[in-house]
Design a protein around this ligand. Structure first.
Ligand code: BES
Ligand code: MN
Ligand code: MN
Length: 464
């Protein structure tokens, strides 16, 4: 009975796919870059667009103000419906587009392109992260309501506008609205597939600590001939500190950094070995071929299960055209740590700061600014809802769905657990070559189409 409904819903998705694509394009045209205050109005516009779409479908939604960019919250709950009440989460904000000159076309002018191998792709900032992904769910919900008259289970929706800038408003928002948002299970569409044919459920995410350090030496910029050799150069102080963060085997040197790191059980390692990950392909795609990082770890271990320290940005001194013989007064760097297991973000932040302070000469000064912190996350491999999602995904893609780790971070998933006591199911359709956060971001047409169909099936499966 319910499977008759499902096939009608799936047919509806196929028939209306061009319209789904048009709606995604409308959303992709809004430059909702959350980290840039100049785009605050665009973030609001994206939120309003989404609230209107959701309400139009029949998921009553509103734009909720926060201290930063607004949230979109919607509900369609039915009394006595079977299955869990789910909260779907996605984010409508996107990363900045720089360097703009490396984009082949305008980042906010979405287009369809065909790769040399025939693959059809949607190109735009946010196509994969996360507008294309969140729209897979929205379009699945639309098809269910329009074709079957209702959603098979109770659904609430939460779309965030600050994920790409560390979610500063999230904690207060969850504190204030926890009762309203709490559901039996969160569905999160912000992760990837194993490869273009193999769907995946992500059960591990790395945590993240962001720190910005600024070293100040002299009280003004100096002539490097007059002062050079005697006056301390803050850029040298900075790069010495940064250089010392990792030893020659790739291990992070911050004291107690590895406290809480967990070794993967043998059966999990075995399962991953069976996936046949090729670091040659993975690196080859981005023009590299020599694995970096810890010398005694396999490639998948490195990106899924090991913590890291990365310098994400560094600045100081003369950056303009030509050349200037100057000793700058200040130098700064943005550093992030990816965390795994039970590593404690705040302990690591404190240990990092102590490590830096100990290395700053007494006549120089260091200032720190924090940019978020969230612990790593491990989800239950064997939950009933994960099994249902696996069945739904396997049926849609014709290939057995796998459970994978993920090197990236989605801080809210931890908050869902600790603040709302809610588990999450992470299903997404991104691919390694989507160029998320990079120029020419894309989302495969098959990810969008089969992504919509996948959610339609998952909703059905969860209702059983
Ligand atoms: N969607 C990503 C997380 C992700 C990355 C999932 C790679 C799967 C593969 C998310 O939007 C993201 O970029 N997260 C940031 C978090 C940070 C800004 C707090 C990250 O991982 O850097
Ligand atoms: Mn994302
Ligand atoms: Mn992102």
């Amino acid at each position: 009975m319910s499977s008759d409904k499902l096939s009608a819903v799936l047919d509806r998705i196929d028939a209306d796919f061009d319209k789904s694509l048009e709606r995604l394009f409308d959303l992709l045209r809004i430059p909702s870059i959350s980290t840039d205050p100049a785009h605050a109005g665009d973030c609001r516009a994206a939120a309003e667009w989404l609230a209107k779409e959701l309400t139009g479908i029949g998921i009553e939604s509103s734009v909720r103000d926060t201290n930063g960019h607004p949230m979109v919250i919607g509900h369609r709950k039915g009394k006595g419906k079977p299955g869990p009440h789910v909260l779907f989460y996605g984010h409508y904000d996107v990363q900045p587009v720089d360097p703009l000159d490396l984009w082949e076309t305008e980042p906010f002018a979405p287009r369809i392109a065909t790769k040399p191998d025939g693959t059809k792709i949607i190109v735009a900032r946010g196509a994969a992260d996360d507008k294309g992904q969140l729209m897979t769910f929205v379009e699945a919900a639309r098809a269910w309501i329009s074709e079957a008259g209702d959603l098979p289970i109770s659904v609430s929706v939460m779309l965030e506008g600050e994920e790409e800038s560390g979610s500063p408003s999230l904690h207060p928002f969850l504190e204030a609205n926890g009762e309203e948002l709490k559901a039996d299970l969160a569905l999160v569409c912000d992760t990837g597939m194993w490869d273009a044919r193999t769907p995946a459920i992500t059960t591990m995410l790395r945590g993240l600590v962001g720190e910005e350090i600024t070293i100040t030496a002299a009280n003004r910029d100096l002539h490097s001939g007059m002062y050079g050799g005697l006056a301390r150069n803050p850029i040298h102080v900075l790069v010495d500190i940064l250089d010392g963060l990792r030893d020659e085997t790739g291990r992070v040197t911050v004291p107690n950094f590895y406290d809480g790191v967990i070794e993967m059980p043998a059966d999990v390692k075995e399962m991953w070995d069976g996936l046949g990950f090729s670091s040659d392909d993975f690196l080859g795609d981005v023009g590299l071929n020599i694995p970096a990082g810890e010398t005694d770890r396999t490639p998948l271990e490195k990106v899924w299960t090991r913590p890291t320290c990365e310098i994400n940005g560094i600045s100081g001194g003369y950056q303009g055209a030509g050349f200037k013989t100057v000793i700058a007064s200040k130098a700064s760097a943005k550093v992030s740590f990816r965390l795994v297991g039970n590593q404690d973000p705040e302990k690591i932040r404190a240990a990092f700061r102590a490590y830096v302070r100990a290395k700053v000469p007494a006549d120089c000064k260091v200032d720190f600014a924090e940019h978020g912190g969230s612990p790593a996350l491990r989800l239950d491999f064997d939950s009933p809802s994960l099994a249902k999602a696996r069945d739904a995904l396997s049926a849609e893609w014709g290939t057995q769905a796998v459970t994978i780790g993920c090197g990236g971070s989605i801080p809210i998933v931890g908050d869902f657990k600790t603040k709302l006591g809610m588990d999450s199911l992470l299903v997404g359709f991104g691919l390694d070559d989507d160029q998320v956060h990079s120029p020419n971001e894309k989302y495969n047409m098959t990810s969008f189409h089969h992504g919509i169909r996948s959610w339609a099936r998952i909703l059905d499966e969860l209702s059983k």
